[in-house]
Design a protein around this ligand. Structure first.
Ligand code: 3PY
Ligand code: MG
Length: 260
């Protein structure tokens, strides 16, 4: 028996635009995914850019999510297009690609992630077939629709090229990196530029008008709720490491509060 629901419902649900709460994972261990998959988090983004994931841990953690019926996406390192189709072959439900700054960057991403005629993905979904419960012809017929390509918008250049990036066939959504966007918009001065907020509104509005998914990373629950109000539906709420640290501190504070 496969895990048929892992991919089947994910992309259609995101395209409907309801709020979907994911999280970034930095710790490359299937036990972490398994533990978080028991919570109300709805999917996971394994971070190969700034987290500690390598190919072996992606392979194990995609399967750990599948066992719990939760989709697992992968954020690639910068300029690692070849890895994009590889993690889909491992059964990932989508790819989040950092620093997509031009329509050409977006087209290159799509070429790795979508089968012809949309892109030029090479056939070989070795792990994706058992994990998704598809037959080989079924996976070929459905993968372009069910595995998602997110272009990260995190520079001034990407904002300038937003319409062109959104117009690339095969780009399913955009995903804002607020920290890098702030660094870019402030020429390296701050992680918290006031110019980010209007940019967030612009990206969400343009993504929705283009019929594409609006995604973003949220550093805390208040920021996530604000992003949802601005029109973002795919929100990566915090990171595994943050959940662990905050829960530990809250528990220690609770004990200290009772013991003086
Ligand atoms: C950013 O804020 O730049 C990100 O990439 C979030 O993960
Ligand atoms: Mg970033």
């Amino acid at each position: 028996m496969g895990f048929p629901a892992v991919l089947a419902d994910f992309a259609p649900t995101l395209r409907q635009g309801g709020l979907h709460l994911s999280t970034f994972c930095q710790f490359p261990d299937a036990n972490v995914i398994e533990a978080l998959a028991k919570t109300r988090l709805e999917s996971f983004v394994l971070d190969m850019q700034h987290g500690m994931f390598d190919e072996a841990s992606v392979l194990a953690c995609v399967a750990a999510g599948a066992l719990e019926g939760k989709p697992v996406l992968v954020r690639l390192p910068v300029d690692a297009g070849g890895l994009a189709s590889r993690v889909l072959d491992f059964g990932a439900a989508g790819v989040v690609c950092p620093m997509v700054n031009t329509a050409e960057d977006a087209r290159r991403l799509v070429s790795y992630l979508k089968f012809p005629p949309v892109g030029a993905r090479s056939w070989g979904p070795r792990r994706a077939i058992p994990i998704t419960g598809q037959t080989a012809p079924g996976y070929l017929a459905r993968a372009n629709n069910l595995t998602l390509a997110f272009a990260m918008i995190e520079t001034r250049q990407a904002l300038d090229n937003l319409d062109a990036i959104l117009a690339v066939p095969g780009i399913d959504g955009v995903f804002v990196g607020p920290s890098d966007l702030s660094v870019s918009l402030s020429d390296g001065a701050t992680l918290d530029s006031a110019d980010v907020a209007p940019a967030l509104d612009l990206v969400a509005a343009k993504a929705r008008a283009a019929g594409k998914i609006a995604g973003i990373f949220a550093i805390n629950p208040d920021y996530a709720a604000d992003c949802a109000a601005r029109g973002y539906s795919f929100i990566a709420l915090m990171q595994d490491a943050m959940f662990m640290a905050q829960a530990a501190d809250a528990s220690v504070a609770a004990v200290r509060g009772k013991t003086g």
